[in-house]
Each structure stands twice: as structure tokens, then as C-alpha cells.
Ligand binder design. Structure first.
Ligand SMILES: [Zn+2]
Length: 294
């Protein structure tokens, strides 16, 4: 659903009020209102957890524990402790879950920890949250592993009713080699938000597409922490099969915080997660996993 002129006008007007009725930024307000409305009209948040230090929330602690990665249950695999839904450096603030067995955690997620750490510090340096990386070219290495790490976390917080749409994504994240099926992910990218408009909030959430006619991914995952928000889509989703061969575009959001002179909004940029294939070699287009910005 594309926002109507009236809807954009009303939202832009609300931004103007929130800014403290300061003139001269009409165009900026209009574009920001249009972007945020595209997300709000076409997605609904289906799950959201705050990230807090000393997090106590434990997911998937039923009478029978079942691993989403290998499908074994507590009679067939070890579930000694719940594992954090986020990689180690953010894990202490994240909910924990019994939806992954100890073996899958050790074999599929832990090998990606170093890659995620490098990816995260690269994003922070790029956004100016930390001093610039001395090796800007090398910061993108291992990004596909970081993507896998993010998607694994998303699949661990995904409501059970949606699991039937993501068997291929579950299989991909279960494979220990971060480069497995790399050909499917040529040109994949995420969107990274930074700036004071994020309001210092830390959270993870998943949003689901409302209208299957839109050429946008079915599931979007957001991870907000330490002054950044990373937005990725869940690849290989069955609900995206009608988009085969198309370039997926992903709505860009605008986060705001404060009022009057304290009004701030986020900036965002597209960050590559995998290299494009060299010219002359065609990408495998059996899945719609390509991303472009508006
Ligand atoms: Zn398992």
C-alpha cells in the first residue's frame, strides 16, 4: 500500500508540530513522513523484546524442548542451558531460549561470533560511534557470516506460527559453514540506522508484511543496540516465492526522538553483506534475495 498524499501531509504536519513549529524543513519532513508511512502501512510488528542488562526472559521453555535448527527434542538432544538469541557481545542483554540445542549452538552459532564482532565494530566505526577502523576495506570481510548470525537470532525469536514459511532459512543457518550457498546471496545487503534519533533504545523485533502484492520481503528483522539499528530481511522465505527473480526493495524507516529543539531523526545507509558476482557470471535467481534501496 502506497501512502496517499493526505496521509503523508498529515504525518509531515505532525513532525512539524513535534519540531516546535519551526519552518524551513518542509521537504525533509515530507520525505521522512513518506518513508515511515510506507513501513507502517505495509508491516506489522509481530514480536519485540527490549534488550536490558541482566535479562531474565527465557523463551521456548516448554515441557518438551525442541531445537528449531535440527528439529530434535529434549529426548534426543541436550538442552542444558538456554542460549542467548543474540551473539555473545550483545547476548547478556538479550532474551535466552531453549529453541536451540547445545550441539547446534556450538556447531552453528558459536563459529560466527568472531565475524559478528568484526561486523558490529565495523558498523560502529562507520557510524562514528567508535573511532574509525584503520582497515576500512577489511571491515566487510565475514559479513555473510554476520548475516547468518543475525538471521539465526531472528529465527529464534520468530513466533512458532511463522516457522512453516522459513524451512530453507533454518537449513541455511544450521549449516556451520558461513559461506554455504554463498552464490544465493550475491549482492545481499542490510540497512543500518544511526544518529541521535534512535533515542538510545535497545531492542529486537520482527515485522511481517501485510500485503502480499507489495514487492517487499515478508519478514524484516531489527536489532537496535549501542546507538545503531540493523535491519535485515529473512532470506529464502516461502512467502517471498512470488517475488522470484525480482529485485526486492526494503522500506527505509526514519526513527525520531525528542521534541522542539531536541528533535532528532536517524540517518540510514545500505551496507553490503556479500559481494556482487563478477560480471559474466549470472546469479542464481531461484530465490528473491536481492536487495536494493529506494
Ligand atoms: Zn539442534
Amino acid at each position: 500500500m502506497i501512502p496517499t498524499c493526505d496521509q503523508v501531509q498529515r504525518t509531515a504536519y505532525e513532525r512539524w508540530l513535534r519540531r516546535g513549529r519551526v519552518h524551513g524543513q518542509d521537504r525533509e519532513d515530507w520525505y521522512a513522513a513518506e518513508k515511515e508511512l510506507r513501513f507502517r502501512l505495509n508491516y506489522e510488528t509481530i514480536v519485540e523484546y527490549p534488550l536490558v542488562s541482566g535479562q531474565r526472559l527465557v523463551l521456548g521453555d516448554g515441557a518438551v524442548r525442541a531445537c528449531r535448527f535440527c528439529e530434535r527434542t529434549s529426548g534426543q538432544a541436550r538442552f542444558e542451558v538456554p542460549h542467548p538469541v543474540l551473539p555473545g557481545l550483545l547476548g547478556s542483554r538479550a532474551p535466552r531460549t531453549f529453541a536451540i540445542c547445545d550441539e547446534c549452538q556450538a556447531e552453528s552459532r558459536e563459529p560466527l561470533e568472531g565475524d559478528f564482532r568484526r561486523f558490529w565494530s565495523g558498523l560502529q566505526a562507520d557510524a562514528g560511534v567508535t573511532p574509525a577502523s584503520p582497515e576500512p576495506w577489511r571491515r566487510r570481510r565475514g559479513s555473510l557470516a554476520a548475516y547468518k548470525s543475525l538471521v539465526a537470532g531472528a529465527l529464534l525469536v520468530l513466533p512458532e506460527s511463522e516457522l512453516g514459511y522459513v524451512p530453507d532459512a533454518l537449513e541455511w543457518v544450521s549449516h556451520p559453514d558461513p559461506e554455504s550457498d554463498a552464490g544465493l546471496f550475491a549482492g545481499a545487503a542490510c540497512r543500518v540506522y544511526s544518529g541521535d534519533g534512535l533515542g538510545g533504545r535497545s531492542w529486537v523485533s520482527l515485522a511481517r508484511r501485510l500485503d502480499d502484492e507489495m514487492p517487499w520481503p515478508y519478514l524484516l528483522y531489527f536489532l537496535g543496540a549501542e546507538g545503531l539499528v540493523v535491519q535485515v530481511h529473512i532470506p529464502l522465505c516461502l512467502r517471498d516465492e512470488d517475488l522470484d527473480g525480482q529485485l526486492l526493495s526494503i522500506p527505509e524507516r526514519v526513527f525520531v526522538a525528542g521534541e522542539g529543539p531536541d528533535f532528532r531523526q536517524s540517518d540510514s545507509k545500505v551496507w553490503p553483506l556479500a559481494l556482487s558476482l563478477p560480471v559474466g557470471r549470472s546469479a542464481q535467481r531461484d530465490r528473491a534475495i536481492f536487495v536494493r534501496s529506494h
